[in-house]
Design a protein around this ligand. Structure first.
Ligand code: FES
Length: 149
């Protein structure tokens, strides 16, 4: 019979979270979770890893890059489950990220609306192809690459 302190195998973690074992190992390689090794060099995970991986899946759905997930995880207790306060803080941080992304998409949509029906695909004029073109005032074409005159 299992107890709450028993360690989980990679297969058990994968099954509980609903991901492939290779994904569990990948997230471990990324430093998002940790494991211990048995005498036979097999990975064993503490149960709080399930909560961390659930947060990784939430972040993935929200389009939060793994690097930002890692930053957040660095502020969490390493040896036990994140609690409600941790989740409140993380969700506020990720909500701000989503808001910033929403504004970027709205801006992109406005720029795209200017393109619809245009079709010029001009590397100089099109703001979707060439957003925030600071070098465009120097002339057409790639300004940072060596070129023959
Ligand atoms: S395609 Fe012409 S401005 Fe974008």
């Amino acid at each position: 019979m299992r107890t709450p302190t028993d360690l989980l195998s990679v297969g058990e973690v994968a099954a509980r979270v609903g991901i492939a074992t290779s994904a569990v190992r990948f997230y471990e390689d990324q430093g998002l979770i940790t494991s211990e090794r048995t005498a036979g060099n097999q990975r064993r995970y503490r149960r709080h890893v399930l909560r961390r991986l659930s947060l990784v899946l939430v972040a993935k759905r929200l389009g939060i890059p793994l690097s930002e997930v890692a930053e957040v995880f660095a502020t969490l207790p390493a040896d036990h489950m994140p609690g409600k306060r941790d989740w409140d803080r993380i969700s506020r941080q990720w909500a701000a990220h989503l808001e910033a992304r929403r504004r970027e998409l709205e801006q992109l949509e406005r720029e795209l609306n200017g393109c619809i029906g245009c079709g010029c695909l001009s590397l100089r004029r099109c703001r979707v192809l060439n957003p925030g073109d600071a070098l465009g005032i120097e002339g057409p074409g790639p300004r940072l690459l060596p070129h023959e005159d």
